[in-house]
Design a protein around this ligand. Structure first.
Ligand code: NAD
Ligand code: DAU
Length: 339
C-alpha cells in the first residue's frame, strides 16, 4: 500500500510512520509536513537512515497549499492519513487563526485532491475533544453530539464535518478516528506529560491548572498507531471509530506519578489560574473498535509512563534543543503571569 501521511514529523505521525514501516514490509510512505514549531525531522532520523529508508520519502510543504498538494497527489496514493494539524489547546486560545487555516482549510484541500485522484481510503485523525466535556459519569461514544469548547477542538470538529460531507456527498471513502490523550516518545514538551517530566528534571515548577482534578483518558502512542493501521486496513468507509486507553486519571495523579518516579518533591507543583474553557472530564468508549476489528490497548498506564520517562531521560538532547527560542517565547507569554 502506498500511503500519504501528513504531519508525519510530529509526535503521533512520526510514531505512526515508524510503526507501519516496521510492521508492514510492503508499505511505502510519503510524509508531507510543513515543519512548524512542532514538526521535527529528528523524530525520524532512524527511519530516514535505516533499513526502510527506500520505502520512505519526506516532502516539506503545507497541506493548505493547493498547487503543491495536487502535484503530490498526481504521483498516486492508495490511502491518505491526515495527522497534520495545530494540536495544542493553549496555543489556540493564544491565537486561533492558524488552527482554522491548517485544521479546517488544509483538510478541505486534501479532501479535494483525494477525490480528484480517487484515493481508496482517507483517514482523518481527529480527537475526543470534539465531543466537549463530560460530567463525573458516562463515556463518549461515536454518536455523542459534537460540542467543542476550545478553538482547537472547534477546528477539529469543523474538519470532521467536512470529512463526513465528502463521504455523504461524493462517496469519498473516508474514516474518522477520535482518540484520547496520547503520551510516549517524541511528544513535544508543551503537552502535560512531557512538559512536567522535563520541567521536573530541571527542578522547575509544574504549572497545574485549576484544582488539578480535570480528568483525561491516557493512551500510549503505540496503541493509537496500531489502532489507526487496523482501521486503515479494515475499517468501514463513512464510519467514526473512537480510540481510548481505558485509563482515566486526574491531572494531579499524573503529576504525582511523574514526580514519584523521578524522585522529585511535590513542592515543585504550582496550582495556577485555570485554562479558559477547560474541559472537566474526557472518557472514551472504544467498544466499537474492539468489537469490529479486535483491537485492544497493549500498554497499561504504569508500563507506558515508565517507558515514556525512560525515553525522556535517554534523550535529553532532543528536548533540550526544543526548549529554547520560540518555545521559550510562548512559555513565558503563556505561563509568565501564572507561575
Ligand atoms: P504535533 O503538534 O506533535 O504534530 C503536528 C504535525 O503537523 C507537525 O509535524 C507539524 O509540522 C505538522 N503540520 C502542522 N501544520 C501543517 C500544515 N499546514 N501542513 C503540513 N504539516 C503541518 O501533533 P500530534 O500530537 O502528533 O497530533 C497529530 C494529530 O493527532 C492531530 O491531528 C491531532 O489533532 C490528533 N490527536 C492528537 C492527540 C494527542 O494526544 N496528541 C490525541 C488525539 C488526536
Ligand atoms: O484528548 C485528545 C487531545 O489531547 C488532543 O486532541 C490534543 O491535540 C492534545 O494536546 C491533548 O489535549 P489536552 O488539552 O487534553 O492536553 P494537554 O497536555 O494540553 O493537557 C492535559 C491536561 O493537563 C488538561 O486537563 C490541561 C492540563 N494541563 C496542561 C498543561 C499544558 C495543566 O494542568 N498544566 C499545563 O501546563
Amino acid at each position: 500500500m502506498k500511503l500519504l501521511v501528513t504531519g508525519g514529523a510530529g509526535f503521533i505521525g512520526s510514531n505512526f510512520i515508524r510503526y507501519v514501516l516496521t510492521t508492514y514490509k510492503e508499505w511505502t510512505v510519503v510524509n508531507l509536513d510543513k515543519l512548524t514549531y512542532a514538526g521535527n525531522l529528528e523524530n525520524l532520523v532512524d527511519v530516514a537512515q535505516g533499513a526502510s529508508a527506500d520505502r520512505y520519502r519526506f516532502i516539506r510543504g503545507d497541506i493548505a497549499d493547493r498547487a503543491l498538494v495536487e502535484e503530490i497527489f498526481s504521483t498516486g496514493f492508495d490511502a491518505v492519513i491526515n495527522f497534520a494539524a495545530e494540536s495544542h489547546v493553549d496555543r489556540s486560545i493564544d491565537n486561533a487563526h492558524v488552527f482554522i487555516q491548517t485544521n479546517v482549510l488544509g483538510t478541505q484541500v486534501l479532501l479535494d485532491s483525494a477525490l480528484r485522484h480517487k484515493v481508496q481510503r482517507f483517514v482523518q485523525i481527529s480527537t475526543d475533544e470534539v465531543y466537549g466535556s463530560l460530567g463525573p459519569e458516562g463515556y463518549f461514544t461515536e454518536t455523542t453530539p459534537l460540542a467543542p469548547n476550545s478553538p482547537y477542538s472547534a477546528s477539529k470538529a469543523g474538519a470532521d464535518l467536512l470529512v463526513r460531507a465528502y463521504y455523504e456527498t461524493f462517496r469519498l471513502p473516508t474514516i474518522i478516528t477520535r482518540c484520547s490523550n496520547n503520551y510516549g516518545p517524541y511528544q513535544f514538551p508543551e503537552k502535560l506529560i512531557p512538559l512536567f517530566i522535563t520541567n521536573a528534571l530541571h527542578d522547575q515548577p509544574l504549572p497545574l491548572y485549576g484544582d488539578g482534578l480535570n480528568v483525561r483518558d491516557w493512551i500510549y502512542v503505540e496503541d493509537h498507531c496500531a489502532a489507526i493501521a487496523l482501521i486503515l486496513e479494515r475499517g468501514r468507509p463513512g464510519e467514526v471509530y473512537n480510540i481510548g486507553g481505558n485509563s482515566e486519571k486526574t491531572n494531579i495523579e499524573i503529576t504525582r506519578a511523574i514526580l514519584h518516579r523521578l524522585g522529585k518533591p511535590e513542592s515543585l507543583i504550582r496550582y495556577v489560574t485555570d485554562r479558559p474553557g477547560h474541559d472537566r472530564r474526557y472518557a472514551i468508549d472504544s467498544s466499537k473498535l474492539q468489537r469490529e476489528l479486535g483491537w485492544a490497548p497493549r500498554y497499561d498506564f504504569a508500563t507506558g509512563i515508565d517507558r515514556t520517562i525512560r525515553w525522556y531521560l535517554e534523550n535529553t538532547a532532543w528536548w533540550q534543543r526544543i526548549k529554547t527560542g520560540e518555545y521559550l517565547d510562548f512559555y513565558n507569554r503563556w505561563y509568565g503571569n501564572r507561575i
